[in-house]
Design a protein around this ligand. Sequence first.
Ligand code: AMP
Length: 280
Amino acid sequence: MQVVKSPGKLTRILSALQTKGKKLGFVPTMGYFHEGHLSLIRRARQATDVVVVSIFVNPTQFGPREDFSRYPRDRKRDLKLLAREKVDFVLAPSVRAMYPKGSRVFLNPGPLANVLCGPKRPGHFRGVVTVVKRLFDIARPNVAYFGQKDFQQARIIQDMVQSFKMPTRVVICPTMRERDGLAMSSRNVYLTPEERARAQAIPKSLRLAKQLISKNTNTPRGIESKVVAYLKPYVDKIDYVCVVDPRSLRRPSKLRGTLLVALACFIGKTRLIDNLIVSR
Ligand code: AMP
């Protein structure tokens, strides 16, 4: 496994490999790995010849009052885990390398960023699409792997790839969960034991939504208010609970076809997101 800091150097190495016909798989991350990250890497390892993982805590996707500086980091452990997964290349660039002096142009993430987390985290998806565009330009992957846990992010990246006709296929992989159902997240380390216990209510509320949807005696808004009522005693603040079409991320008028139930809430100071796809 080769750890590369320079984007230009990685581009040169990878384009030489691609010229030889190697299929390139890419997993962008912010590090502090858990089984969720590793599941994407294993998927890439199975399906592609050369696996590239980036570790970059992207400052432009954090709001001024968000957790950029205290976001958990453990480079040594991360690299050990990547070596064990037989990753070929790790891109670990500096902020300067990703945002050269004077870089002032950003991408507009488009309409999919106007719903769900978008209004609650102004500028977040703008930072995400900009850095992922830059990472795709560096690695030029054939396939890139994203987690369903951040479903809106993955959809916006798919929209970007389609909009710019980029030659990368974006694969969305299932959410890995703890034994009690809580979605794995680097941010779970922020939770105190008491908060961690309350966090179980999040996956439970999604399972409740699934049951209610299967009964079909309700509307999307009706489901949303029942999930909010269920969650309220356990969490400190609810940003949103939404039942939407997984393509448009818009709320349909009726419960039909495939639906995404997505939510964001705070437990203590920690903001957690989760979602479930329900077909009926
Ligand atoms: P992050 O390091 O949080 O930016 O995540 C890097 C990638 O891992 C993103 O595509 C996430 O959606 C994905 N990911 C994060 N948590 C999970 C999880 N619990 N299961 C599957 N994928 C995940």
